[in-house]
Design a protein around this ligand. Structure first.
Ligand code: PRX
Length: 687
């Protein structure tokens, strides 16, 4: 990405005027305190929450140095709390039960609903009681595979209320991916919905979930219940086109009966309708008081070996961190309306749709649809409708909407906006400027938030009332986070310079382990540089101390803000009998940030036909999910390997973009393969 734009933008005055942190002096003071005396800093924050029992042991204890023994992180030893209680009961008891928690905005603009904190508490208790009646207890894993509806929020909070562990799988994942995650977690219950419209596309969630359940059954993992929300009957279907299908979508024909009702398959021993299950159930359910280090949830993220890792977060530290980052990064105030467009199936949705906002008693928009349906101005229309003041989205969405020019934004009065957040990947300065000038009318603060599934919440971010921002830089560390840059040898790069982005100590929201595999946790994050948590990203510090995250330096790639490992895609491709070997690299993409460029070497006797290309793309879709569909598929009669057999990915990345400047290739076993690969490049724009 370009580092060209180092123009400085001061915080918007209207934000700074009322901000929780309104100057760099204040930021520095708070930041210093958070490092010098974490107990006092986080202890003060903890006072805003309900703890059934206070800390009895050490406030913070950890080992980050693998050479000294096992890695561990513990916060607030001995304290007991419940995050659901803090998201709901605490506010209701304070008289805020009638406050709107979510404005639910459906895929179709005709579908909208309002839900208050008080209503949510009742529904959460009912579902918690349903789960308890099925024998779900503290520590049990509950898989959730749902659309962006209020029942998804209810489900996760209900699980948390009874001390079980939620494992949410994004609704765009395939049956295989869902099954892998359920098996790894040994989930005993699944919560899903019949289906959902995303834009004009139908996603038959239950059908996919049923396929996943079959895989679980075959592997002898006993699932006790599949709790199903009947969502389709409450929503407006996309306009039917003349051939009777929804915008040409054939699923409209196969999934609906003559009366237009959505059809679902039913396993009577297993499936339970949500609305029937909660009907006569008590709306009173006392929370389970949890140790602060008890697990709250796991969320799978890609791992460089191809097998996803169950990132595990615990109750107490995550709660403090989600709440505090939300409050400061978006500079949240009680009259704000906040809108985060991320799906709850990703970490951004966990922390900044559900927990962060709800812990702050915020009012948010919960959006089911996509930015371009039914028209390209949908985000702006929603912002106008609810007078959204704080908005949080991904660079890929900004770039996609930028393509349509300024006019679709200018059509709506969105002057209520005062803070605009960005997340998921480096934001290029051009997109940053458009976000600032066109969406924000140059009268907002931009927060480019760097973080990871593993970090639980923002770790490097500007604060909108304090930090003068530079387009493309995530600026400075959040409270409690100590950043360092290291060179290849592990030597610290001080001052201006570039290196591996690492953290020297834990903050409350950092992950505690990889579910069921602590060794993998230690190896992945702590082995490379003893004494540091290694992010896997590279970063540069400029002369003013600003951090510029430059992207992954491992075999991960970031497609539309979704992290994938090349190994994960390669293993999907080689499952096809025609493929002998494959290598996948990232290629820059104008909207997605990066896209998948796949090289395949075929087994003897196979031809690289259009049909095969389609099959290979489908293979990736069914193994991972549609969002991972490769953009490029290229025949590779051979791969560029060193004499020791290691694929030189640097060369593949160059071939992918048609760049012949690949530097030293003298260590390749057969340097002539590079020219061969060049000759096989697909025509631009064609897979
Ligand atoms: O490479 C970084 C990139 O996204 C990765 C984390 O992905 P994931 O765990 O899926 O979480 C995404 C949402 C937090 C990081 O290692 N990344 C995320 N935010 C930024 C970013 N890169 C640059 N700038 C950001 N603001």
């Amino acid at each position: 990405m370009s580092h060209g734009n180092e123009q400085i933008f001061n915080p918007a005055e209207r934000v700074a005027k009322i901000s929780h942190c309104s100057s760099m002096e204040q930021y520095k003071q708070m930041y210093d305190k958070s490092l010098k005396d974490p107990e006092a800093f986080w202890g003060d924050i903890a006072k805003n929450f309900h703890f059934e029992q206070n800390v009895t042991g050490k406030f913070m204890d950890y080992n980050f140095d693998i050479s000294k023994g096992k890695i561990f992180i513990r916060w607030m030893e001995g304290a007991k709390t419940n995050i659901c209680y803090n998201c709901l009961d605490r506010h209701v008891l304070a008289g805020k039960g009638d406050q709107v928690a979510f404005y639910w905005e459906g895929n179709d603009p005709a579908d909208a609903e309002v839900v208050t904190y008080g209503e949510l508490l009742k529904e959460v208790c009912r579902v918690a009681n349903v789960l308890k009646a099925k024998g779900v207890a503290k520590g049990d894993r509950v898989a959730i595979y749902m659309p962006m509806i209020k029942e998804l929020v209810v489900a996760m909070l209900a699980v948390a209320r009874i001390g079980a562990v939620h494992s949410i799988v994004f609704g765009g994942y395939s049956a295989d991916s869902l099954a892998d995650r359920m098996l790894d977690a040994q989930a005993s219950v699944l919560i899903t919905a019949d289906a959902v419209w995303r834009g004009a596309k139908l996603i038959a969630l239950k059908e996919i979930a049923d396929d996943a359940l079959k895989v679980c059954q075959a592997k002898n993992v006993k699932v006790k219940m599949s709790l199903v929300v009947q969502h389709m009957k409450n929503v407006t279907a996309p306009q039917a086109s003349s051939n009777g299908t929804a915008n040409g979508n054939p699923s409209k024909k196969t999934h609906f009966d003559d009366k237009g009702n959505f059809k679902v398959g039913w396993n009577s021993g297993l499936d339970v309708w949500w609305h029937e299950a909660v009907k006569d159930v008590s709306s009173d359910c006392p929370p389970e008081w949890m140790d602060t280090e008890d697990p709250l949830f796991m969320l799978y993220t890609s791992g460089s070996t191809g097998k996803p890792k169950g990132v595990l977060h615990t109750v107490g530290g995550y709660m403090l961190y989600a709440a505090t980052t939300f409050k400061y990064t978006f500079d949240y105030h009680p009259d704000d309306v906040y809108f985060c467009t991320a799906d709850i199936g990703w970490i951004t949705g966990h922390t900044y749709v559900t927990y962060g906002p709800m812990l702050n008693n915020a009012t948010s928009v919960l959006f089911e649809g996509v930015p371009t349906y039914p028209h390209i101005g949908r985000f702006w229309e929603i912002i106008k409708k609810y007078k959204v003041s704080k908005f949080y989205t991904a660079p890929t969405a900004i770039r996609a909407l930028m393509k349509f020019g300024d006019e679709p934004v200018k059509k709506y009065d969105i002057s209520s906006l005062s803070v605009l957040g960005s997340v998921g990947e480096p934001i290029n300065p051009e997109a940053w400027m458009w976000y600032y000038q066109i969406v924000g009318d140059s009268n907002v603060s931009i927060a480019d938030t760097f973080w990871q599934t593993e970090t639980g919440g923002h770790v490097i971010t500007p604060l909108p009332g304090a930090t003068p921002t530079k387009p493309g830089s995530a600026c400075f560390p959040f409270f409690g986070v100590e950043v360092a840059l290291l060179d290849d040898e592990g030597k610290e790069v001080k001052g201006e310079g570039e290196g591996y982005l690492v953290f020297r100590r834990p903050w409350p929201g950092i992950m505690r382990t990889v579910y069921g595999n602590h060794e993998r946790f230690e190896t992945t994050y702590f082995k490379k540089f003893p004494g540091f948590y290694c992010t896997g990203d590279g970063a540069r510090r400029d002369k003013d101390g600003y951090i510029w995250v430059t992207g992954r330096i491992d075999d991960m790639l970031n497609v539309s803000g979704h992290l994938l490992s090349t190994a994960q895609v390669e293993s999907a491709l080689v499952e096809h009998p025609a493929v002998a070997e494959s290598a996948v690299v990232a290629r820059p993409h104008a909207v997605k940030g990066e896209c998948l460029y796949c090289y395949v070497t075929l087994a003897e006797g196979n031809d690289f036909t259009e049909k095969l290309i389609v099959e290979l793309r489908n293979k990736v879709r069914t193994k991972i999910g549609a969002f991972a569909t490769p953009d490029y598929m290229q025949l590779a009669p051979g791969l560029p390997k060193t004499r020791s057999g290691k694929i030189m990915r640097r060369v593949l990345r160059k071939v992918a973009v048609g760049d012949r400047d690949f530097g030293d290739i003298s260590t390749l076993a057969d340097p002539s393969i590079v020219e061969v690969l060049f000759q096989h490049r697909p025509k631009e724009g064609k897979v």
